[in-house]
Design a protein around this ligand. Sequence first.
Ligand SMILES: *Cc1c(COP(=O)(O)O)cnc(C)c1O
Length: 447
Amino acid sequence: MHDPLPQTRHLATAIPGPRSRELMARKTGAVAAGVGTTMPVFATRAAGGIIEDVDGNRLIDLGSGIAVTTVGSSAPRVVTAVTEQVAAFTHTCFMVTPYESYVAVAEALNRLTPGAHPKRTALFNSGAEAVENAVKIARSHTRRNAVVVFDHAYHGRTNLTMAMTAKSMPYKHGFGPFAPEVYRAPSSYPFRDTAPDGGGDGAAAAARAITSIEKHIGAKNLAAMVIEPIQGEGGFIEPAPGFLPALAVWCREHGVVFVADEVQTGFARTGDMFACDYEGVVPDLIVTAKGIAGGLPLSAVTGRAEIMDAPHTGGLGGTYGGNPLACAAALAALATIEEDGLIARAREIEGLMKPRLHVLRQKDDRLGDVRGRGAMIAVELVRPGSTEPDPTLAAAVAQSAHRAGVIVLTCGTYGNVLRFLPPLAISDALLGEALDVLESTLTTVPR
Ligand SMILES: *Cc1c(COP(=O)(O)O)cnc(C)c1O
């Protein structure tokens, strides 16, 4: 066993240190150039709110490996469950000789996801794979082809999900042709919405999207509407209140399968078990991954039994989907979320972060918008006093935070959003220190 990882920021070398520089040189020689890294440091250990690198630096983690290690990167229940499972067996293939943990994960997701209707679940490996399967299931159920997605959407990097993702660079550029029958509708982005109502009216924004969908696609051709309840890579964009409920109602009226992509927002991240819970939206299908299994690769589609059961036997699956190690990890991660009260913890984190960021925004007009819920918080950076995106500033702040030992990520269609996704296992002290670093970073980056 390892000694416990001290929950303190510590800079032993410059960032990156010599060992990380050596490894980065090997990476360049061995790993495809298309696989980039946010930070040039190599990890050795991670726990709570700290990632330790090969040079002995301890960095504060505000990224959770992109919203994955919500329960922590070595959560005790997950470590025990996976260790026991790996000694018992690593794989049989659920489609060959099934095992109980897969069924237990399906039961847990059926219980925890929005809505009390009868549900079924199917397990896969990645978020993109689950999104693809949700589309397959919706098409099989409706016998229709078209899929509608939204401006600023991110749904993955496989061929179908590249078509569903909005942003060309870096996700789609040069990788076409893309899957057909994917259409894009206008979204709700209150900070940037130029509608006469100022974008604050979610029902009006939904009406604009619905008009576009009816004109360009036609409800009768539409199998599914796929939407992130808070857009992730697109910039942590919370739609105006009423937007999601109005879309869900329209889908129901027209026999369109309403699919919530909660790959990034799921599992307590936003201060609810699922982001849809915030406005009481009940999706027909919900797609989950990232935070589901404490870092092991697992994803799921969960939804109405009659829709989920539409595909023929053998039509869904995959060699590794619902791997026993991932299922053991998921059961342990879900127990951690429920038994350790992590939904409440996510709300506490919002309460620690947002007021400080709002104060910063009052002092610095380069902070255009502070938004997000729970432990999914973002700051949109702009040219002073305008709404003009400032991606250069976002990159400069992130880089200087990295050098100071704080891991922050950027996102957004315009690349100008700093996003904070701390593990829910982070301490108040570390979170406060990370905010101190960000604040002093912002004041030192020239206007
Ligand atoms: C990350 C993400 C995906 C893709 O998940 P992968 O596991 O990377 O394939 C899909 N949808 C959303 C909303 C995501 O954040």
